[in-house]
Design a protein around this ligand. Structure first.
Ligand code: NBP
Length: 475
């Protein structure tokens, strides 16, 4: 029997995806650098479907149907390069190598060019949903030659999550586009988690609510506009009681957030593209600050000044936090989609934002009811200049803005950090401003560096002779 697909790299993600393929009736060739993981997969799950275990790359490749399709699920970086090089040496023109790891999109652009030069196809597929998604249906974002998607699409779509009968997998665009959108997806996930954290902190610190009660609030929120996987699991995590101390688990977890890099990549790319992805940037920096433990320890005694009293109407303030969370989340998504469109333009990918909203509705970490609204917004106007201008979101944010301001100002007056809530609100206010102080920035740049400025009432560029008679010249 020949396998329809091969999976190499059988750690948690690879073995779960291999099982997912097998459970959907595909024959799956499986391979891992060290034999033990392959054996464990067959021993524990061999009965779930048709697996063809292989010890060597040659044996693995030989067990595949032509054109051969191999999904690489190894550690991102040099390990992925090594595995791709080895596979390419054993494969033939027309065969397809798919990198399903969390690779940096610029690596994917490079690898795609190298593999294409050898007559093979290379697909960089972003896969979201963690281990659970890999097994039961992830959201898959494949980028690569459209031609290869014909041979690959149906296979990937068969194992992806499905929402309303539609697979959470679609061809994103050429070369690095799939990994790029997966990167921004992860960035949005960072922003989402930071916003949830700020909402939690306000209930905890400003309102002095017990953790179990906050868990109930999130459970409640998960039945409304904020319904999402992250809000759902927030209620779960907050409900967890530590077996050793009897305290809420969240109170015994060290408050230093880790990161594996995709948030940081998103922000670096945002800087390069010149897109103000402030929500994601605040989230990445908030994790960095949380991990600056020595500095935080020494800074605990810094004076707070006079702090305001807590809001007296708890129910009202919890509702305001809900609205601030929703509005800030709209901003984070609006910025993320702006970045995707800017990347798409920079690299000529022709990414369709509505497609992303569609395939992110299921399987992935940021899955949310919300995504349906985004999908509708782009369906109604594919040229939408900002998600904030889609009628649905515009109205929702306009309705929330009073509460949003109250939450940010209360937090500030009480000395509670809300970097993502506050910067999202500032972004919103800057976006809708008639005039920005950038005019003064231009004046200063012209003063010290003769960088010139444009006038509101005339064409061309101008320079004022600051160190001369201060007359203005057209340049
Ligand atoms: P890991 O990222 O922990 O990688 C372990 C696998 O890489 C093992 O199969 C290991 O083989 C193999 N490997 C390494 Br390390 N170096 C190798 C080399 N030089 N040559 C060949 N194989 C090598 O596995 P994972 O957590 O399952 O993730 C797989 C990919 O999926 C990663 O790129 C990850 O970023 C991505 N991802 C993970 C998640 C998640 O939730 N964990 C979600 C989405 C995407 P060995 O057994 O012989 O050591």
């Amino acid at each position: 029997a020949r396998a329809q697909i091969g999976v190499t790299g059988l750690a948690v993600m690879g073995s779960n995806i291999a099982r997912n393929f097998a459970r959907h009736g595909h024959t799956v060739a499986v391979h891992n650098r060290s034999r033990a993981k392959t054996d464990a997969l067959i021993a524990d799950h061999g009965h779930e479907g048709d697996f063809l275990p292989a010890e060597t790359t040659a044996e693995f490749v030989a067990s595949l149907e032509v054109p051969r399709r191999v999904l690489v699920m190894v550690q991102a970086g040099p390990a992925t390069d090594a595995v791709i090089a080895d596979l390419a040496d054993h494969m033939e023109p027309g065969d397809i190598i798919i990198d399903g790891g969390n690779s940096l999109y610029t690596d994917t652009i490079r690898r795609e060019a190298e593999i294409r030069a050898r007559g093979l196809h290379f697909v960089g597929a972003g896969i979201s949903g963690g281990e659970e998604g890999a097994l039961n249906g992830p959201s898959i974002m494949p980028g690569g030659p459209a031609e290869s998607y014909e041979h690959l699409g149906p296979l990937l779509e068969s194992i992806s999550a499905q929402v309303d009968g539609e697979p959470c997998c679609t061809h994103i665009g050429p070369d690095g586009s799939g990994h790029f959108v997966k990167m921004v997806h992860n960035g949005i996930e960072y922003a989402d988690m930071q916003l949830i954290g700020e909402a939690f902190d306000l209930m905890r610190t400003a309102l002095d609510m017990p953790v179990a009660e906050i868990a109930d609030v999130f459970r409640q929120w998960n039945t409304g506009d904020l319904e999402s996987y992250l809000v759902e699991i927030t209620a779960e995590v907050l409900s967890q009681v530590d077996a050793h101390t009897g305290k809420p688990l969240v109170d015994v977890i060290v408050d230093s957030a880790g990161q594996k890099g995709t948030g940081r990549w998103t922000v670096k790319s945002a800087l390069d593209l010149g897109v103000p992805t402030t929500g994601i940037a605040e989230a990445v920096f908030a994790r960095a600050l949380s991990s600056a433990t020595a500095q935080r320890e020494r800074s605990r005694g810094l004076g707070s000044g006079q702090l305001a009293a807590a809001p007296t109407d708890k129910v009202e303030f919890v509702d305001a936090i809900n609205q601030a969370l929703y509005a800030s989340k709209v901003v984070a998504y609006a910025q993320g989609f702006d970045q995707i469109l800017a990347g798409s333009q920079e690299y000529d990918w022709n990414v369709k934002p509505g497609d992303l909203a569609t395939i992110w509705r299921g399987g992935c970490i940021i899955r949310a009811t919300f995504l349906d609204r985004i999908r509708e917004a782009y369906a109604a106007d594919p040229q939408l200049p900002s998600l904030l201008l889609a009628p649905y979101f515009r109205e929702a944010v306009e309705n929330a803005v009073d509460a949003w301001r109250r939450v940010v100002s209360t937090a500030t007056l009480m000395g509670i950090p809300v970097p993502a809530f506050a910067s999202s609100l500032s972004y919103y206010d800057a976006l809708r401003a008639e005039r920005l102080p950038a005019a003064l920035t231009q004046g200063l740049r012209d003063y010290f560096g003769a960088h010139t400025y444009k006038r509101v009432d005339a064409e061309g560029s101008f320079h004022t002779l600051w160190s001369g008679d201060r007359s203005e010249q057209r340049v």
